[in-house]
Design a protein around this ligand. Structure first.
Ligand code: AMP
Length: 307
């Protein structure tokens, strides 16, 4: 099985209580693809500028990620600056320089068209919708967004939500999107906008999956997975996208989609998110092994199982 991922490729400037990093490779598509690459084949559609080097691209190709869908445009790569000095669970954005994203028209290589899974990473909702419309044959579409688009491009986002099967966002984003402070009520409201399932990430406290009545034939009661307690969080950037990569990657590696698979996917999402935060940028995501991933999955099971 293969996943087509569209999203941002970025140079991030990050400040956290553990230090700073300037212009390090990041972006939603980068973190997602690296995380998902441990489970299944991944193909990327994104845009970069002239400052994106062959070494930058090798970070993805070394993990077997198909980068033929990355467009090299004139100008600078997308740049994002943020800090987590007060709250490790929520980024405070310092700047968002769209650069080459301003004129980006996603083009999907012919070789990508047979992808069974699609992930619409965090970019302008109109770009997400354009890709979804071209990929009519996919079995399942996952999607992400953030406050920047919820506030700035709400109308376009509403259209995109109708095209997404599973939306993955954090608590604050869910509440903002729904205009509702109570989480279960916010979840039901978001589900009424299109998705059949909604994964709400609670930062260091784990994640909950909510289902629309009748979705996937598995009943509507939610399921929550904790997060592994990590003693040293260096850089939370990319935790959400790495979570999504583990979640979607695991689903794509399974033959069926049922409640048990979705529950385990939530755990694998947590495993990948927990690795991402241990180092600045994508460093930890580049050099994991399947054994390390399975060992941490077992620690997660141990954390929650009553026999
Ligand atoms: P997260 O996994 O939620 O921490 O997402 C982190 C990544 O999102 C960073 O590497 C940023 O480059 C990227 N990002 C931040 N803001 C935006 C935006 N408005 N559009 C696309 N990507 C963004």
């Amino acid at each position: 099985m293969s996943i087509l991922a569209v999203g941002s490729i970025a140079f991030d400037s990050i400040a956290t209580p553990a230090g700073r990093a300037e212009n390090v490779l990041g972006g939603s598509a980068t973190y997602f693809s690296l995380a998902a690459s441990y489970f299944t084949d991944v193909r990327v559609v994104a845009v970069v500028g002239e400052d994106f080097t062959a070494e930058n691209e090798q970070v993805l190709t070394k993990r077997g990620v198909d980068t033929r869908g990355i467009e090299h445009a004139k100008g600078k790569t997308f740049r994002w600056g943020g800090q987590y000095l007060e709250n490790l669970n929520e980024a405070k954005t310092d700047f968002t320089d769209l650069n080459v994203f301003e004129n980006f028209q996603p083009r999907i290589p012919a070789e990508y068209r047979d992808s069974q899974f699609l992930f619409l990473g965090n970019i302008h909702p109109s770009l997400q919708a354009a890709v979804r419309h071209e990929m009519d044959g996919v079995q399942l579409t996952g999607g992400d967004t953030m406050n920047f688009w919820i506030q700035g491009s709400r109308k376009e986002l509403m259209e995109t939500l109708k095209l997404v099967n599973v939306l993955l966002i954090n608590d604050g984003e869910a509440k903002m999107l729904a205009g509702e402070k109570n989480l279960p009520r916010a979840a039901q409201k978001v589900l009424s906008l299109g998705p059949q399932a909604l994964v709400i990430k609670h930062g260091e406290y784990g994640a909950t999956i909510f289902f629309r009545e009748g979705a996937f034939g598995i009943g509507r009661h939610p399921f929550r997975a904790p997060a592994l307690p990590i003693e040293e969080v260096k850089d939370p950037t990319g935790a959400g996208d790495s979570f999504a990569g583990g979640f979607m990657g695991y689903i794509a590696s399974q033959e069926q989609l049922n409640r048990e698979v979705l529950k385990r996917a939530l755990f694998y999402g947590g495993v990948m998110g927990s690795f991402a935060v241990e180092r600045f940028g994508t460093e930890r995501m580049q050099s994991l092994t399947r054994e390390e991933i399975e060992a941490r999955f077992q620690v997660f099971r141990e954390l929650t199982h009553l026999e």
